[in-house]
Design a protein around this ligand. Structure first.
Ligand SMILES: Nc1ncnc2c1ncn2[C@@H]1O[C@H](COP(=O)(O)OP(=O)(O)OP(=O)(O)O)[C@@H](O)[C@H]1O
Ligand SMILES: [Mg+2]
Length: 280
């Protein structure tokens, strides 16, 4: 298959990255058994890779990240993480769950899902405390991640009263406090001001330089060359339409246009004329 060939060629160029972190084989997932979200996805993600997932709304990017974070499990096919198949019952074991949660961290598309404690400080402390890190060490981590993400002044604030950009930084801090091997970011820069976007990109680049595996779902094509070496493009059929280096995927304007990621014509020109006579 075209995508597999491309991927094989690409992987052979990257065989210095040896460890497979995630392997997805023919993964299907539907919500409530009737709303398809992924329809046959194959992927191999290696340790130390920096990956972007792109695709129009509803093509399954967030669903894929939730599968990689073992929040949901495939209806068909399977997901392997660090050599072990991800199944609901295997994570029911507390030790296995702690081991996995210490290695993989997801920053949600909607930070409100992630932040639920009465203060920012407690939200950041929550993950490491759950994983059994002692309180003194957790305090040190809070100070460190607050400094890295420039949120020291927010530590005593109520998370739900923060702005969207502030919440996003706190959500990243709460994952950084765990410092997993794999960071999953779901639209980390959407709707943020340029300086905050810059901070988040720098954070991703820095984490990658520290050897982390980074997988980011994004609509923002202009940040991809910095945050990813490899790009997976998801199509309306909720499968991978294209995969390759950032340069090759971003330069394939036909694929990007066909998959609703760029437009050559303005929205006004494409829009049929509307009549509101029915409302009069
Ligand atoms: N909780 C849910 N219940 C029912 N259907 C859902 C649910 N979450 C997602 N879906 C459906 O699954 C499909 C994939 O959604 P998903 O959120 O993974 O897409 P996405 O690529 O992340 O989109 P976006 O770019 O808008 O964030 C969509 O058709 C969506 O309607
Ligand atoms: Mg999404």
């Amino acid at each position: 298959m075209f995508v597999d060939d491309l991927r094989d060629t690409f992987l052979s160029r990257r065989n210095y990255l040896s460890d497979i972190v995630f392997e997805l084989t023919d993964v299907h997932y539907s919500y409530l058994g009737k709303y398809p979200a992924l329809c046959g996805v194959d992927m191999t993600i290696l340790s130390g890779e920096k990956i972007a997932l792109i695709g129009a709304n509803g093509t399954g990017k967030s669903t894929l990240l939730h599968l990689l974070d073992a929040l949901i499990f495939p209806d068909q096919g399977h997901v392997t993480a660090f050599g072990e198949r991800l199944r609901e019952h295997s994570l029911a074991d507390e030790k296995a769950a702690h081991r996995f949660r210490g290695r993989v961290g997801l920053v949600f598309q909607n930070a409100d899902i992630q932040l639920f404690c009465p203060s920012v400080r407690e939200d950041i402390a929550f993950g490491p405390l759950q994983l059994g890190v002692d309180e003194e060490e957790v305090e040190g981590r809070i100070q460190l991640v607050a400094e890295v993400l420039n949120i020291e002044h927010l530590l005593e604030r109520v998370p739900h009263q923060l702005s969207i950009g502030e919440k996003r930084r706190v959500a990243i801090a709460s994952v950084l406090a765990i410092d997993p091997d794999v960071y999953l970011f779901d639209e980390p820069t959407a709707g943020l001001d340029p300086l905050t976007v810059r901070h988040i990109i720098d954070f991703i680049v820095n984490a990658h330089q520290r050897g982390k595996t980074i997988i980011t779902a994004t609509h923002e094509l202009n940040i991809i060359k910095e945050i990813a070496d490899t790009v997976y493009l998801f199509g309306q059929n909720k499968r991978i339409a294209k995969c390759g280096s950032s340069e090759s995927v971003l330069s394939d304007t036909l694929s990007l246009e066909m998959n609703n990621l760029i437009h050559s014509r303005s929205l006004t020109a494409r829009q049929p004329s509307l009549s509101f006579s029915c409302l009069r």
